[in-house]
Design a protein around this ligand. Sequence first.
Ligand code: PNW
Length: 458
Amino acid sequence: MTDFPEGFRWGVATSSYQIEGAVDADGRGPSIWDAFGAVPGAVAGGDTGAVACDHYHRMPEDVALLGELGVDAYRFSVAWPRVLPTGEGRVEQRGLDFYRRLCEELLGRGIEPFLTLYHWDLPQALEERGGWRVRDTALRFVDYALVVQEALGDLVSKWTTFNEPYVSSIVGYGEGRHAPGAREGHGSLAAAHHLLVAHGLAVREMRSRRPDHQFGIVLNQSPSVPVTSSPADVAAARRHDLLLRRQFTDPLFATRYPEDYAETFAGVTDASFRLEGDLGVISQPLDYVGINYYYRQHVADAPHRDPDPATRTSIDIGIDTSRLPDVPRTAMGWPVEPEGLTETLVGLKERYPDLPPVYVTENGCVYPDRPGFDDHERVEFVSRHLAAARDAMEAGVDLRGYFVWSFLDNFEWAHGYKPRFGLVHVDYETLVRTPRASFHWYRDLVAGQRTRSGRVAR
Ligand code: PNW
């Protein structure tokens, strides 16, 4: 492995609903994922996050494992319904205390907390008032963010507002594959916008209280590649790129709405959720942007499924993303294309010259387990993506760190527990944690890189 620069951050990532379990502990309120998990057929195997990895009760053991891994950064999320059980009003101190203890344990082992405020577990009470379709939820988010900053601001200085607003809005309110399971056009596009407004308002308020803190957002990004060079497929790939990326990145990093938005969503939305001044709020200067990269998107032109724009969902934009290239795939069925990470990072920098520094905040894979947890495919996957990240740095991208998804096997949303992304295997019967071969490999890699930077630093 080529060397990374001194100070490059090495981490692993998780999220609250995917690992914590303990959904009724210490006054936690229900989230949209608790409600969604109760809908028959919504999650594979009827799995729910009720127990998950029971991280809420096993946190010190898990942080000890992070210490063994030797990472210097841990990306996790705070569950809004643990802090404000109904999304607003009464603060649940026991929920905050858990995250305080987590941060103290991390710092005690020299691991910096990279805290995400929202990784998809909206308090159900707010969903019942419209969820992200309504602007009021953005205001409630700001209040929540300030409660957490006030409680943990002496321990945490890296604050990510949202993980993948695309998934919260378009997969949750458009495709319906995620909570809250809605299939809407206008509603899901309103959700996308309100998430961005919530981000901008929260950054503005949090920064005014703690100018010394660092603020960012995490976006899932990947190139949208047309399956042929025909004008129809090229246009389809551009529509897909708008849906997945530019409806978020243009407002965030260029203070504009994409010029092809109205045409792509004609009849689906009139964008009446946009208010005067929103772009100025959304485009707050950021200290970093996190990129989650898994695979490239391959897009072909296709007919709309619903001929009537008025009843169409936002994902029904005349595209087919099922035509995958003839390359090896992971057990998720995702094509392995590390060069897509280089293209993503370099492409972002080209489109947005003022892009803030970047972290790869998620990257990882699933393969079937074999006896002894010798997951050499994962080792190869991560090392090839690290090489691709290095290529992007050579090309001028200011990349500051890399986080493997994930530290532990966990609740993989609508897929339930079957896909295992962890460097650490979790036995869901006994909850015993067993490091895989990739854990030991990553530990050695990180140790080598950190010793090297240590030596350079002295
Ligand atoms: C990420 N989808 O994104 C998430 O941030 C993690 O929580 C998740 O476990 C990881 O990827 C692996 O899937 C996703 O469209 C992005 O279904 C998109 C989807 C799911 C997860």
